[in-house]
Design a protein around this ligand. Structure first.
Ligand code: GTP
Ligand code: MG
Length: 214
């Protein structure tokens, strides 16, 4: 009988969580990786990361998720933060219009510092606070469509769509990477883990599912 070592994986994906301060990035991460939520969490200092391993299409995918503060004074680390990232959760707070207005600025930062074909998922967090909603779903959906991103609303507090958000992004990346690796198999080129995998332009532009179940 063969047994897989706990650190065995077929793909390693680095993802980053970005968005203004207080939108809930750290709680999205802790809900996903530890099933924990903190109502009084402090702003993130420096950079933190956590990992989670899932299975997609029979392949073991280890996801390394990086989290940093949304505050401007921490942005100096940007290029190191984005290095090697194949996915980004771009988060705003559905109760704060200013955090949605910043999404464009974040997207610009992604384009400046990340791999050109990084998969970006737009995440409207705090959807448990429907009574305080300031950002319409239609506006976020239109923005996502215009920028060729998928969109989802989540709540780190009650866990709505947190798993689905990460799964959606993982699946999008996997689609691109597996198309890339099968082409390389045909080419007879050596295969490796995701650090070696370059995302391909044409594949990155494949249409994406736009899920919004809040
Ligand atoms: P920075 O580290 O400063 O960039 O902030 P952040 O984006 O990591 O925000 P954080 O996760 O620390 O959350 C900020 C505040 O929002 C905390 O008081 C959280 O408890 C709260 N919060 C986070 N997610 C949710 C959510 O889904 N619903 C509600 N109601 N509150 C949330
Ligand atoms: Mg934080």
């Amino acid at each position: 009988m063969t047994s897989k070592h706990s650190d065995d994986y077929d793909f390693l994906f680095k993802m980053v969580i970005i968005g203004d301060s207080s939108v809930g990035k750290s709680n999205i991460l802790s809900r996903y990786t530890k099933n924990e939520f903190n109502l009084e969490s402090k702003t993130t200092i420096g950079v933190e990361f956590a990992t989670k391993t899932t299975v997609t299409d029979g392949k073991t995918i280890k996801t390394q998720i990086w989290d940093t503060a949304g505050q401007e004074r921490f942005r100096a680390v940007a290029s190191a933060y984005y290095k090697g990232a194949v996915g980004a959760l771009l988060c705003y707070d559905i109760t704060k219009q200013s955090t949605f207005d910043s999404v464009e600025k974040w997207l610009k930062e992604v384009k400046e510092h990340a791999e050109p074909n990084i998969c970006v998922l737009l995440v409207g967090n705090k959807c448990d606070l429907q009574h305080l909603r300031a950002v319409k779903q239609e506006d976020a959906m239109a923005f996502a469509e215009k920028n060729n991103m998928a969109f989802i609303e989540t709540s780190a507090l009650d866990a709505t769509n947190i798993e689905i958000a990460f799964q959606t992004l993982t699946n999008e990346i996997y689609k691109i990477v597996s198309a890339d690796t099968s082409r390389r198999k045909v080419d007879g080129t050596d295969l490796g883990k995701s650090e070696k995998i370059k995302l391909d332009d044409n594949n990155a532009k494949k249409p994406v599912d736009r899920k919004c179940n809040c």
